[in-house]
Ligand binder design. Structure first.
Ligand SMILES: O=C(O)[C@H](CS(=O)(=O)O)OP(=O)(O)O
Length: 237
């Protein structure tokens, strides 16, 4: 095995990882990377992820952009889109250039900038991302977006699920990928309930979005590999 896979459990830890020359898979199951996967699967032309709300606001007055902003799970006033996957399946998504800023997911994407390739992963496109990685002959770091710098259950579980699919081609880099894999193996047959019991899901439940959580824990709903090209996330052809 010539390649390796490692897991960073929070953007606060990413400086400990050498990303140069590697593929970074950013994951924010609830909900940013599930939303991005859904939008590209439904024909969005590109997604421009931005960390800062001020930067997203600049696009509101530019022609040709659909803008989304979320903080603490709630839509920011003045932005037409929120962070629910169900709003990225509609007719206006096809061919759209979407600008999005979210609490955790877009932070992790920006903090992955030095990587050779940045992919966006979710349970919705688990196998597609794994199969693409197998064609690349590169080391991988799974960058979990977590919640406001803290570790979370669902992103760690995704890391374990991706490792399960890559363990024949990628050696496990240190203890974290082993932990993620063991955790995934222990609960994978009860994924929906496990994530429904997570702190993140309980926070979001207060906003009445139980159906989003159920949707984001479906495996292989879409065959799409979102990859950063310059400042845009596009579907790999
Ligand atoms: O909108 C979401 O699902 C979360 C909100 S929060 O983390 O619970 O505040 O944002 P995301 O960036 O998608 O993790």
């Amino acid at each position: 095995m010539s390649n390796s896979i490692d897991v960073c459990l929070s953007p606060k830890l990413i400086d400990l990882y050498d990303l140069e020359g590697k593929i970074v898979v950013v994951v924010d199951i609830l909900r940013a990377t599930s939303v991005m996967t859904t939008a590209l699967a439904h024909g969005a032309k590109e997604i421009i992820p931005v960390e800062k709300l001020e930067v997203a606001k600049e696009y509101l007055t530019k022609e040709g952009y659909l803008c989304a902003a979320e903080r603490g799970g709630e839509q920011i006033a003045g932005f037409p889109l929120d962070n629910s996957p169900f709003n990225y399946m509609k007719d206006n998504i096809k061919g759209a250039s979407i600008v999005i800023t979210t609490t955790n997911g877009t932070v992790a994407i920006e903090k992955s900038a030095v990587a050779d390739q940045i992919l966006v992963g979710s349970f919705l496109n688990l196998t597609s991302v794994a199969e693409y990685i197998k064609t690349q002959n590169k080391d991988v770091v799974v960058h979990c977006a977590g919640w406001k710098g803290k570790t979370n259950m669902e992103d760690t579980l995704y890391a374990g699920a991706l490792i399960e699919r890559l363990q024949s081609t990628h050696a496990l880099g240190c203890d974290t990928p082993h932990m993620a894999l063991k955790y995934w193996e222990a609960v994978k047959n009860d994924l929906q309930q496990t994530v429904a019991d997570s702190a993140h899901a309980k926070r979001l439940n207060k906003l009445n979005i139980t159906k989003d959580i159920r949707f984001c824990t479906q495996i292989d709903e879409y065959d799409v590999v979102p990859k950063m090209e310059g400042t845009s996330l596009v579907a790999v052809k």
